[in-house]
Design a protein around this ligand. Structure first.
Ligand SMILES: *Cc1c(COP(=O)(O)O)cnc(C)c1O
Ligand code: SF4
Length: 530
C-alpha cells in the first residue's frame, strides 16, 4: 500500500465509524430516553391539562403562572381526603402553590403518594410539638445584614428571594419563604454584596432562598456578576429546587448565562425516586454540560422516604443522572414539620443500609442542622469499634471485624517547616478543638466563643445567652431560660460533677465507674440538655 491508499483506507474507516456512531443511541443515558412514540420521553399530565399545547406546557413561564393553590384547583387534579381539605382550607397555612408539571406526577387516588405528602397540606401540620421553633437554625440571629447568614468562618448563605417554584410543607424557612411582603429586593442584594466585599474571609457563597432560579434571569445574573467582581470569592453555589418542580426552567439560555460565572456548583433537592422524570434527566444533563457539578440534598421525611429501600432507589437514580448525593438532613424542628419527623435512629439505619452496600458515590452524609444555629453536624453509624495505642478495631458493612495496626514509629508532621502551617487561618472554635488535642485545655467551651465574633457579627455566641436559643412551646430546656448555661470547667472534670460533699466521700471504689447518684444531675453539658 502506498501513502495515498493508506489515507483513503483510514478515511473510509473513519466515515464508517461516524455513520455507526450517529445511528447509535446509548440506551442507558436517561437524558436520551424515548417514549413509546419514539420521541423524547415525557411524564404524565393530569387530565385537566391534556389539551394544553406542548409549547405552553414546556414553557416555564406558563407553568409558573398556572400553578394551583386553592382547594378547588387542587381538587380538580386529586381526589382529596378529609384531612387534606382541612389543611387546604386553614386560613393561616404556609403557602401552597404547585406547578402543573409537579402535581401531575401525583397519583390522584393515593393519599400516601410521596410527592403529594411533600406539597399538599394536611390539618395535622398545624400541631405543635416539643422543641418546635419558628427559626430553628437561628438564622436571623446570625445575619449581619438581612438575608445573609454568616455562620461558618469561610462561607455564607445568601438568601436572594423568598419565592419558590412550589412550596414544601416542611420548609425550614417557612417563617419567610412564600411571603411576598418579606421578599428581598435589589437594595438588600446590594447590602449583602457590600458585606461580602468587606469580609475577605468568605471564599464560598451559597445562593438560596427561597429559590434564586425563580428570579428574573437578568436579576439573577446581576447577583452573580456582583459576586464575581469580589476577588476573594472562590466558589459560588446555588441551592435550588427549580429543576425538581419546574425542569422546563433549565433552558439553553439559562445555562449559557450560568456558564459565564464559573466556578459554579449546584445542589438540587430530590426526596423520592418518583421525582426523577425524563424532563429532570434532560434538565440535569444541560446543567452538567454547562460545567456545573450537580449535587443533591434530601430531607428525611416520615411517610415519604423513611425507608432504606426507597433511599437506595433514590440515590441510584441520582447517580444514574450524574447527581451526587451530598447531604441527607434530619428534619428540622420547625413549625409544620411535626408529622414528618423521624427518630435519628432511622437515618442511621438508612446510612448503614447504604454504606458499603452500594457505591460510595451514592452515599450522602447524614447531618443534623444544629438547633440554635451550630451548623451541620454529621451523624455516623459506628464503624470504629475499639482502639488502643497500637491497634484500632474496625467493622465493615457486613459485620466483619478487622484491625488496623498503628505505625510503630511516626515522625510527627513538622509545623515549623510547613509552609501551610505557617499561614494557618485563625478561626474561633477550631483552635479550641486543637487546644484540647494538644492538652492545653481541658474543657468543652471552644476558645473564642465568649469573645465578640471577629467576623463582623457583633453578637456574642449563643452559648453566652441561652435566651437566644431556647425554643418556644414546650422546649426541653425551657426551665433554664435566662440563666447562663453551665459549661464544664477544668476543676469539675475530676469530680465528675458530684457535689463537694460527694467528692469528699466518693461513693465508688477503685476501678468502679463514677456515677452520679440517683436524682443527681449528670456531669456533662449533654446532661443539662437532656
Ligand atoms: C448549609 C449552610 C452552609 C453550607 O454548608 P456546607 O456544609 O459547606 O455545605 C453555609 N452556611 C449556612 C448558614 C448553612 O446553613
Ligand atoms: S424549595 Fe426549599 S426554600 Fe422553597 S419551600 Fe421547598 S424547602 Fe423551602
Amino acid at each position: 500500500m502506498d501513502a495515498q491508499e493508506i489515507q483513503a483506507a483510514t478515511a473510509h474507516q473513519a466515515a464508517a465509524l461516524a455513520a455507526a456512531d450517529a445511528a447509535w443511541v446509548n440506551p442507558r443515558d436517561p437524558a436520551k430516553a424515548l417514549g413509546p412514540d419514539g420521541r423524547p420521553a415525557v411524564s404524565r399530565r393530569a387530565p385537566i391539562w391534556e389539551d394544553v399545547p406542548d409549547e405552553k406546557w414546556n414553557d416555564w413561564r406558563w407553568q409558573l403562572s398556572n400553578r394551583v393553590n386553592s382547594l378547588e384547583e387542587v381538587a380538580a387534579v386529586l381526589n382529596l381526603t378529609e384531612e387534606e381539605r382541612e389543611g387546604l382550607s386553614a386560613p393561616d397555612k404556609f403557602r401552597v402553590d404547585i406547578t402543573p408539571y409537579f402535581i401531575s406526577l401525583i397519583d390522584p387516588d393515593d393519599p400516601d403518594d410521596p410527592i403529594r405528602r411533600q406539597v399538599i397540606p394536611v390539618g395535622r401540620e398545624h400541631e405543635a410539638f416539643t422543641a418546635m421553633m419558628e427559626d430553628s437554625l437561628a438564622e436571623d440571629r446570625h445575619s449581619p445584614v438581612p438575608g445573609l447568614v454568616h455562620r461558618y468562618p469561610d462561607r455564607v448563605l445568601m438568601l436572594v428571594t423568598t419565592q419558590c417554584a412550589s412550596y414544601c410543607r416542611y420548609c425550614t424557612r417557612s417563617r419567610i419563604v412564600g411571603d411576598a411582603t418579606q421578599n428581598f429586593n435589589s437594595r438588600d442584594h446590594e447590602a449583602q454584596l457590600d458585606y461580602l466585599r468587606r469580609t475577605p474571609q468568605v471564599r464560598d457563597v451559597l445562593i438560596s432562598g427561597g429559590d434564586g432560579l425563580t428570579l428574573a434571569p437578568k436579576l439573577f445574573e446581576k447577583i452573580l456578576r456582583g459576586l464575581r467582581e469580589i476577588p476573594h470569592i472562590e466558589i459560588i453555589r446555588i441551592g435550588s429546587r427549580v429543576p425538581v418542580f419546574l425542569p422546563q426552567r433549565i433552558d439553553d439560555e439559562l445555562c449559557a448565562m450560568l456558564e459565564k460565572y464559573h466556578p459554579l456548583w449546584i445542589n438540587l433537592h430530590f426526596n423520592h425516586p418518583n421525582e426523577i422524570t425524563p424532563e429532570v434527566s434532560r434538565a440535569v444533563d444541560k446543567l452538567t454540560k454547562a460545567g456545573l457539578p450537580v449535587g443533591n440534598q434530601s430531607v428525611l421525611l416520615a411517610g415519604v422516604n423513611d425507608c432504606v429501600h426507597i433511599q437506595r432507589a433514590l440515590v441510584h437514580r441520582l447517580v444514574e443522572n450524574r447527581i451526587r448525593p451530598y447531604y441527607l438532613y434530619q428534619c428540622d424542628l420547625v413549625e409544620g414539620s411535626g408529622h414528618f419527623r423521624t427518630p435519628v435512629g432511622k437515618g442511621l439505619e438508612i446510612i448503614e443500609g447504604l454504606r458499603g452496600h452500594t457505591s460510595g458515590y451514592a452515599v450522602p452524609t447524614y447531618v443534623i442542622d444544629a438547633p440554635g444555629g451550630g451548623g451541620k453536624i454529621p451523624v455516623m453509624p459506628n464503624y470504629l469499634i475499639s482502639y488502643s495505642d497500637h491497634k484500632i478495631v474496625l467493622r465493615n458493612y457486613e459485620g466483619y471485624i478487622t484491625t488496623y495496626e498503628e505505625p510503630e514509629t511516626y515522625r510527627k508532621h513538622d509545623s515549623s517547616s510547613c509552609r501551610y502551617c505557617q499561614h494557618e487561618r485563625p478561626e474561633a472554635g477550631q483552635s479550641g478543638v486543637l487546644g484540647l488535642l494538644e492538652g492545653e485545655r481541658m474543657w468543652i467551651e471552644p476558645k473564642g466563643f465568649a469573645e465578640v465574633h471577629s467576623r463582623g457579627n457583633t453578637e456574642a455566641h449563643r452559648l453566652q445567652d441561652p435566651s437566644k436559643w431556647v425554643p418556644f412551646g414546650v422546649g426541653a430546656i425551657e426551665g433554664t431560660a435566662g440563666a447562663p448555661l453551665k459549661v464544664i470547667e477544668t476543676g469539675s472534670v475530676a469530680g465528675a460533677g458530684a457535689t463537694s460533699d460527694a467528692a469528699a466521700a466518693p461513693g465508688y471504689g477503685p476501678g468502679e465507674e463514677p456515677r452520679p447518684r440517683e436524682g443527681e444531675p449528670t456531669a456533662s453539658a449533654h446532661g443539662e440538655l437532656l
